[in-house]
Design a protein around this ligand. Structure first.
Ligand code: ATR
Length: 270
């Protein structure tokens, strides 16, 4: 019988996850279906129960449910607990739901395998201090960057994340205006400003000749952050398409025990 999977979000119709997982399934000869489920926040708890009752085997979780879903699952992996967010749910035969988070490993695999970036000893700046930042900080720290600075409009939120992860490596926090004049090997945009077409007031002095810019967001055309980086002379500015495919591959592996080849799928996307 075909095993059912899907992605929950609100809105979710635009999601590329069905295409990605269907390509993985064809490639690894897995008999699965993958749907989008629009779940409003006030229906999240009841919806999870319905999915488990309906025999759905696993779900990806996207905006705005990644943090909220943690309170409704039965168990959380170590990395999901650290992140305070889950992007992957495994629904066991007995209906128990396990939350995991493959966003961090998805980003790290894209940076290292696809972009050839070495995290060890790198100076990394993360712009933004929301759920997305929490998801990637532990995975980045594991590869021992020289330092990881989190800059946010609301400095307090950046400090809180830095303090939560201080035992994992060298991580500090500040406000956007305090990064003026500092330079980084990698600048990651983890703010949601681009969703509203905005670019926060990041000082352009953070871009050196060899700085790589990476936006966790993705769009058919350049995201506002990627456009900003290119306009200020950055020659390597990427959107998060690679991370999207990589986190999906890790979810697929958790569900099916098969590691798909991400490259044909990556080439299929912008
Ligand atoms: P996500 O789960 O996607 O990270 P979030 O938790 O709502 O979403 O966090 C959004 C992040 O984008 C926050 O760091 C937010 O800054 P504040 O903490 O100061 O609110 C940042 N952000 C959103 N819109 C922004 C804007 N126009 N300028 C600067 N930062 C912005």
């Amino acid at each position: 019988m075909t095993d059912r999977y899907g992605v929950i979000g609100h809105p979710v119709a635009h999601s590329k996850s069905p295409v990605i997982h269907q390509m993985f399934a064809r490639q690894t000869r897995q008999d699965i279906s993958y749907e989008t489920f629009d779940v409003p926040p006030d229906d999240l708890r009841a919806a999870l129960k319905r999915f488990a009752d309906d025999g759905i085997k696993g779900l990806n979780v996207t905006v705005p449910h990644k943090s909220a879903v943690c309170q409704f699952v039965d168990t959380l992996s170590g990395r999901a607990r650290l992140a305070g967010a889950a992007n992957t749910l495994i629904i066991h035969r007995d209906g128990k739901i396990e939350g995991d988070n493959t966003d961090g490993i998805g980003l790290v695999n894209d940076l290292t395998d696809d972009l050839g970036f070495t995290i060890e000893d790198a100076r990394i700046l993360i712009l933004g201090a929301g759920g997305a930042t929490r998801g990637i900080v532990p995975a980045l720290l594991r590869d021992l960057p020289e330092n990881l600075l989190i800059a946010n409009r609301t400095a307090e939120k950046a400090r809180s994340i830095a303090s939560d992860f201080s035992e994992l490596g060298r991580v500090s926090a500040c406000q956007f205006n305090e990064i003026e004049g500092q330079q980084f090997d990698l600048v990651i945009n983890a703010t949601s400003a681009g969703l509203h077409g905005d670019v926060p007031p990041f000082p352009e002095s953070i871009l050196g000749a060899d700085t790589i810019c990476y936006d966790l967001s993705y769009a058919m055309a350049d995201t506002p952050f990627v456009a900003w980086a290119k306009a200020h002379g950055c020659s390597e500015a990427y959107q998060g398409w690679g991370m999207l495919v990589r986190q999906a591959a890790e979810s697929f592996y958790l569900w099916r025990g098969h590691q798909p080849d991400i490259h044909p799928v990556r080439r299929h996307l912008p």
